[in-house]
Design a protein around this ligand. Structure first.
Ligand code: SF4
Ligand code: SF4
Ligand code: SF4
Ligand code: FES
Length: 944
């Protein structure tokens, strides 16, 4: 249990490693050179009053509350803007200072509502605290003169309000929006007494550029910017530090509670992934955890047309086990399997894969990473030796050139995007490789040096062309390659790269871009001191996803850009625990720690610990499970927190497979699309109830701590354990920390990890073992994990998915900021205000030639099916390319995607589908069917 208010040391920490001696109020102190007097004093336990300063913003020096006296200096310098000097003698409390501070405070209070006792910030207001600290007892000016007390309230944002009457114009909010978030949505309008905070050009928060990150609310020292949840429920009385359950950034939060009710999520300053910043999802969109749609009782049904029947946990577990055993008796041991969830904790995932290998007695376990980052695992392990990114997020602050490929960080990884933007404002250069003009290409105070707007499906020729320029123009770091890399593979790669087909001029034709831009981008990357690559699903979800990952690793090795801060190859992971679910042995061929199931020694180690004989044959991947289900060979599935029916490609095929199975057990918060095909529903827990760990995109293992007990009566690892026992395997954990202890014992890269270590030091990045007892922020420093870095030849093999006269456009997909994945969580929050439906982005030229009008319904047809959605005409996409999101199940974006997949990992090719767009007057037949099914499901639920 933590105190609620986080410490504020007034100004940012000095980066200096030197110290100086000062005397503060007669007490000698050793402080960091470059610190402000305010910070130095606070670090030594002397609280100088302050209002406009806070320790995540540059000092501003406007409020005059922090004045001090310095021996030998005239006047009263502001301690927030005055750095310490060796030998400085500082007085923070004198009669003159007290008088000055009281006078300043008196002016503030004379223009402030005196409603402290009923104010929602009462007890958590710096103005109130400072009035007390300076001993203000009365206000001489009266309250009758000109003031701002009728300033009005802007309540347009669904999560916070702006009450102008309480504003002291300290500008902390404006600076937070600029410096921390990088959106520049706020300004101080007017001068002197007329000064006021304005969102956009007086548009109100909702109508402005504001992305609702909450940084301004966090920074505000008064009740001016205030969370509506606090206005409604009052101030919290205790808090617990945990980890956001949305994206792979893995931000740390304080969950602030009043009694047993969550009243606020505040980004945690000591969180090493986010340093006190947040985005709209983690900060505000947590209400889904108590949404009325959440299922709180286990349910079963004989067939999917029967109504659900609420049953006891015991009955649901026994029923599931009985049906799974019957299927195995009828179709064989390998006829059942399961899927682990990247939204669950490492401990919950670990027990599912263990249950499948021990109780189901096969390796038919896969995870949703199959459909997102499985090529990352394959590509990085092959070239570098580890299935994970190379850097911590903070490494970006040392980069000179960043390349962002197939990722849209400002919407999918917003907190890291803010850090990237900070570095770009400091002068780093940016290359964006993406078919779409993503937010980073051009926004307030930043612009990409180069945007390579390639055609979907041409990543590999582009990375080859970049490498062609680097090799042919002598930009290879020969010394690095000679010392660190496998030279035979390098020579073979070099010969392949120098083929004329990889020259920028040839590739320009293939990818629909300009050869000079490719050359310039390659030179910028190749000549940088520190160049880094960040990438997302726009790299992996292709038929050559693994090839592209290896192409990027080749490029980084050839230029010596791996093994120190500021460089590297970094996947931006989509879901909160994608890295962890892969680490935990969720793949059909790998035990925890990426150890191949065919290894006799490896199996022997697990067999000894688990007391079973393990199958040495890899099991089914998700697509194999579906194919085998359609063939009547794979008939039962346990699905932990994953909506396969909505998220997997080629919906018709997925639905046919799910519909053919004899027992599907879904464990989730809500009756999702997959649950329509389920026979057992086991209600899951939200992140607020989980006790465990998530591993973020930087391999950082963060604690997830419960703020309340499991609301449906059982922790998720217990549900799995009960099912394992009912299936005949004796699993007996009593706490989730025991599960982590077992993971550590069986996984070399986790050997030192325990809940205690994480509670003691905050978080660790694996490998964390005897060689690195507190983790490994940067990988491959001295040598690659595999020994010598391996160059892999990356010949371009175009996808089978081709445009033709019937399907002349290429569809690619992505996310928007306010929604997350299939929307199961965010659609159950007020985030819907920003995104009511999935839209189809189309270039004006393509729209015009098809008679498509902005905002009207269009039909989107591929070789696999057709759907309808509303068009949005925009130049963000180039001619020939259309784009949509997949957050709403009724859109059915995956009805049109194909079965093509990555050659190495079967990761689906979501990012390239040949389509045609035509104006439409009615919904597609799939959508009509979907609506009917939803209605029937509703009727069935009502009847139950
Ligand atoms: S809204 Fe808050 S942070 Fe912004 S200027 Fe007013 S008091 Fe300061
Ligand atoms: S919520 Fe974030 S984006 Fe919006 S105004 Fe505040 S700091 Fe800026
Ligand atoms: S950036 Fe990701 S982890 Fe951080 S608050 Fe937003 S959704 Fe959560
Ligand atoms: S805190 Fe130093 S001037 Fe405001």
């Amino acid at each position: 249990m933590n105190r609620v208010r986080q410490q504020d040391l007034g100004t940012p920490a000095s980066a200096s490693t030197e110290t100086v001696q000062v005397v503060i109020d007669g007490m000698p102190a050793t402080v960091k050179a470059g610190s402000s007097i305010l910070r130095a004093a606070r670090e030594t336990g002397v609280d100088i009053p302050k209002l406009c300063a806070t320790d995540n913003l540059k000092p501003f020096g406007s409020c005059r509350m922090c004045l001090v006296e310095v021996e030998g200096r005239k006047g009263y310098p502001a301690s927030c803007t005055t750095p310490v000097e060796d030998g400085m003698q500082i007085r923070t409390q004198t009669g003159a200072l007290s008088k000055l501070r009281r006078n300043v405070m008196e002016l503030y209070i004379s223009d402030h509502p005196l409603d402290c006792l009923t104010c929602s910030a009462n007890g958590d207001c710096e103005l109130q605290d400072m009035a007390g600290a300076v001993g203000l007892r009365d206000v001489r000016y009266g309250f009758d003169g000109e003031n701002h007390l009728d300033g009005g309230v802007d309540a347009s944002n669904p999560y916070f309000q702006f009450d102008a009457s309480k504003c002291i114009v300290c500008s902390r909010c404006v600076r937070a929006c600029d410096e921390v978030q990088g959106t520049f949505a706020l300004t101080i309008q007017g001068r002197g007494f007329q000064s006021k905070v304005s969102a956009g050009i007086d548009e109100g928060f909702l109508g402005s550029e504001c992305v609702s990150c909450g940084a301004c609310v966090q920074a505000c020292p008064t009740a001016t910017l205030m969370e509506k949840s606090i206005v409604d429920h009052g101030q919290p009385d205790h808090s617990v530090v945990t980890t956001c359950a949305y994206c792979g950034v893995g931000c740390s939060f304080q969950v602030e509670m009043k009694g047993d009710q969550v009243v606020r999520m505040t980004p945690y300053k000591d969180g090493e992934a986010n340093h006190g910043h947040s985005c709209v999802k983690g900060r505000f969109a947590w209400g889904y955890a108590s949404h009325k749609d959440r299922v709180m009782h286990p349910m079963i049904r004989e067939t999917t047309s029967d109504p659900w029947r609420e049953v006891s946990w015991e009955e649901a577990i026994q029923y599931s086990a009985k049906r799974f055993k019957e299927i195995q008796a009828k179709y064989g041991r390998k006829s059942i399997g399961g899927i682990t969830s990247s939204r669950c904790t490492n401990e919950e995932v670990y027990v599912v894969q263990k249950m499948i290998r021990t109780a189901f007695e096969n390796n038919n376990v896969d995870t949703c990473a199959r459909v997102c980052h499985s090529p990352t695992g394959y590509g990085l392990k092959t070239t570098l030796g580890t299935s994970a990114g190379t850097q911590p997020f903070d490494s970006v602050m040392d980069t000179d050139v960043m390349v962002v490929i197939g990722a849209n960080p400002t919407v999918a990884h917003p907190v890291f995007a803010s850090q990237m933007k900070k570095r770009l404002r400091q002068g780093a250069k940016l290359i964006v490789i993406d078919p779409r003009e993503i937010g980073l290409v051009r926004s307030a105070h930043i612009a990409a040096e180069h945007h390579i707007a390639l055609s979907p499906g041409t990543n590999v020729p582009i990375v080859n062309a970049l490498a062609y320029v680097i090799v042919s123009e002598g930009l290879v770091d020969e010394a690095y390659v000679n010392e660190r890399c496998d030279l035979d593979s390098f020579e073979a790669w070099k010969a392949m790269i120098l083929q004329p087909a990889n020259s920028p001029e040839v590739v320009a034709e293939v990818a629909g871009v300009d050869a000079e831009t490719i050359r310039a981008a390659a030179r910028l990357y190749g000549m940088a001191n520190n160049a880094s690559i960040y990438y997302g699903l726009g790299v992996t979800e292709h038929s050559q996803g693994s090839t592209m990952v290896m192409g990027m690793a080749n490029l980084a090795m050839a230029t010596g850009n791996i093994g120190r801060s500021g460089v590297g190859v970094n996947p931006l992971r989509g879901q909160n625990n994608v890295q962890g679910s892969c680490d935990m042995g969720s793949f059909p061929h790998e035990l925890p720690g990426y150890r191949h199931i065919s290894g006799d020694d490896v199996r022997a180690e697990f067999e000894k610990h688990w007391g079973v004989t393990l199958d040495a044959e890899p099991g089914f991947r998700i697509p194999n499970m579906f194919d085998a289900a359609c063939a009547g060979e794979f008939m039962g599935m346990y699905i932990q927190g994953e909506d396969l029916a909505q998220s997997d490609p080629n919906t018709h095929h997925v639905e046919a497979a799910l519909g053919n199975m004899e027992c599907i057990v879904v464990q989730d918060l809500f009756l999702n699309e997959t649950a329509k095909f389920a026979h057992v529903f086991l209600p899951g827990t939200s992140f607020l109830e989980k006790d465990g760990t998530f591993t973020n995109a930087e391999r950082r293992i963060n604690r997830v701590r419960p703020v309340m007990p499991a609301q449906q009566g059982k922790d998720e690892w217990q549900i799995t354990q009960d099912l394992a026992q009912a299936m005949g395997y004796d699993m007996r954990y009593t706490t989730s920390s025991q599960i982590m202890d077992e993971i550590a014992e069986l996984t070399p890269t986790f050997r030192n990890v325990s809940f205690k270590l994480l509670d003691d030091i905050g978080s660790v990045q694996w490998p964390c073992n005897a060689e690195a007892p507190e983790g490994t922020p940067i990988m491959h420093i001295e040598q690659f994990v595999r020994g010598k870095g391996l160059f892999v030849e990356t010949d371009y093999v175009p996808t089978e998915e081709k445009t033709n006269r019937k399907f002349p456009l290429l569809l690619t997909t992505g996310r928007i900021l306010s929604q997350y994945n299939v929307g199961a969580q965010t659609r159950r929050t007020e985030n819907n205000i920003w995104h009511k439906e999935d839209l189809l982005e189309i270039h004006p030229h393509d729209a015009e030639t098809r008679g498509v009008r902005d905002g009207e319904l269009v039909s989107l047809a591929s070789r696999k099916g057709d759907i309808t959605l509303r068009a949005q005409i925009t130049t963000r996409v180039k001619p020939g390319v259309v784009y949509t999101t997949f957050h709403n199940p009724e859109t059915g974006a995956n009805v049109v995607t194909t079965e093509y997949s990555d050659w190495a990992t079967d990761c689906p090719e979501y990012k390239v589908t040949a389509v045609q767009i035509t104006p439409a007057s009615h919904r597609s037949s799939w959508q009509v069917e979907f609506a009917e099914r939803a209605e029937q499901q509703g009727r069935v639920e009502e009847a139950s």
